[in-house]
Ligand binder design. Structure first.
Ligand code: GNR
Ligand code: NI
Length: 180
């Protein structure tokens, strides 16, 4: 297993629509295992492959609480096939928007079909945090980040802050002692 680097906004790769996976093989299982390790290390409760720069429809999730047994989920080609009329508002965060949290309203319950780590077709009926997390991750596969659900004013503020941070990072990486 290997820990991967997580990309952050405004990296344009986060806007890509990820490609469906044709076959769940060892290459896919290796990416999923590396994603899970990266997610646990971050730590986060979910991760979409595009967050580690891989534009394929792969997601890992574990919403088990501290002290409880780990409950990793591996989802290949996940698809939301039903959502409830009733909605829920959660304070969401994202590993690609570090340390920014905001309320997002989404359907409270959803049904998601996917292939598991062995390529077997599965259906998940979810509510609560799992329902929110599934929708957050599937959004990533479609190039949508949770800040896209905020008002334009809020979103532009967040993007501006992270754009400035990215420039500071580029400047310090580019710095050489000989440059004075
Ligand atoms: O770790 C995460 N926490 C979280 C909290 C509320 C709603 C969604 C999430 S997902 C996030 C990890 C992440 O960025 N996944 O894409
Ligand atoms: Ni996210």
């Amino acid at each position: 297993m290997a820990k991967l680097d997580i990309i952050t906004i405004p990296d344009p790769r986060l806007k890509l629509v990820s490609e469906p996976v044709a076959h769940v093989d060892d290459r896919i299982r290796k990416i999923l295992d590396d994603m899970l390790e990266t997610m646990y290390d971050a730590p986060g409760i979910g991760l979409a492959a595009i967050q580690v720069g891989v534009a394929e429809r792969l997601v890992t999730i574990d919403v088990s609480r501290e002290g409880e047994p780990k409950a990793p989920l591996f989802l290949v080609n996940p698809e939301v096939v039903w959502t409830s009329e009733e909605t829920n508002t959660y304070e969401e965060g994202c590993l690609s928007v570090p340390e920014h949290y905001d309320e997002v309203e989404r359907p409270a319950r959803c049904r998601v079909t996917h292939l598991d780590r062995d390529g077997v077709e599965r259906t998940i009926e979810a509510e609560g945090l799992l329902a929110t997390c599934l929708q957050h991750e599937i959004d990533h596969l479609n190039g949508v980040v949770f800040i896209d659900h905020l008002s334009r004013l809020k979103r532009e503020r967040v993007v501006k802050k992270f754009s400035k941070l990215a420039k500071v990072r580029v400047r310090s990486v580019g710095w050489r002692p000989s440059m004075g």
